[in-house]
Design a protein. Structure first.
Length: 286
């Protein structure tokens, strides 16, 4: 199989003395895949045509450099990973922009990327906000590029540490805690990189718990780019120093774009059912 692949490569390309490589779009796409899939294999066969003129086997370093030349003008295949609660509390809370069309948002934000998938991670709420959240999740299901992964909440007992609190008794209360979201995002990023699903991985979060996953992707797949958008209206929250330092690039999510990436007030799903924007989201102060 390797020999057939290399022969196909040789038949698709021509190399001039100045090392200019005229190739078709199909050849570029083919070489893009080849770069990652054969990174650990030493190619030691003689190729016909131009390769034979050198009179020596073509080694992996030469081939890798050559394939990088072919990939310069190829649009990066991009997957987006969104930490739903981090996005909400960092950028959407207290605004009327929670009815956010994620596909439109990233079409506006990354117009030149080859957007392959948007992975949205959250957990089902318990309490009065659950109805509005479920309406939003149903709206997201109408977007072909969006895949939703839901974690869960686990309740725990917390002791009140407010010194001025005058409540009698044990001063403990039950508090819901989101579980597994950061771990699930990290595992998915590493798996997508390993499966050669994307050239650029975009993370929307400011959570430092994701630093190990970002660092691992960069270490194991140095040819890929990890870009972080930090959702924040607060300068302190937006600092996210550890996460910024772990990525190839990091920037604040541009908040002015949110108003231009909204669903219509009524979204119709594939079965013709109408999904209405929750009334509490028209001027959300929560």
């Amino acid at each position: 199989m390797l020999i057939v692949t290399c022969l196909r490569l040789a038949s698709l390309i021509t190399v001039s003395p100045s090392i200019r490589v005229p190739v078709s779009a199909a050849a570029q796409q083919f070489c893009s895949r080849l770069t990652s899939r054969f990174r650990s294999i030493l190619i030691s066969i003689r190729l016909p045509g131009w390769a034979g003129q050198f009179g020596q086997p073509i080694g992996l370093p030469f081939l890798m450099d050559f394939l990088r030349i072919l990939r310069r003008d190829l649009s990066d295949r991009t997957i987006v990973y969104i930490d739903g609660f981090n996005l909400h509390y960092g950028a959407l809370r207290g605004t009327p922009f929670g009815w956010l069309d994620l596909e439109r948002l990233f079409r506006l934000l990354r117009p030149h990327d080859d957007l392959r998938k948007i992975r949205y991670f959250s957990a089902l709420l318990i309490g009065p906000d659950r109805i509005a959240q479920r309406a939003y999740l149903r709206a997201l299901e109408t977007l072909p590029l969006v895949e939703t992964t839901l974690g869960r909440f686990k309740t725990k007992r917390i002791r009140c540490r407010v010194s001025a609190c005058r409540m009698s008794g044990p001063r403990r209360f039950t508090w819901p805690e989101e579980k597994r979201t950061d771990v699930t995002i990290g595992v998915q990023m590493v798996d997508d990189a390993y499966q050669e699903e994307a050239d650029r991985l975009i993370l929307v979060s400011g959570d430092s718990d994701l630093v190990p996953a970002v660092s691992l992707v960069r270490e194991r797949f140095p040819e890929k780019e990890v870009l972080v958008y930090i959702p924040s209206r607060d300068p302190t929250r937006g600092a996210a120093v550890e996460l910024r330092n772990s990525a190839n690039r990091a920037k604040l999510l541009p908040l002015q774009i949110l108003q231009h990436a909204q669903f219509s007030d009524v979204v119709v799903d594939s079965l013709g059912r109408r999904i209405r924007k929750p009334s509490c989201w028209y001027d959300d102060s929560r």
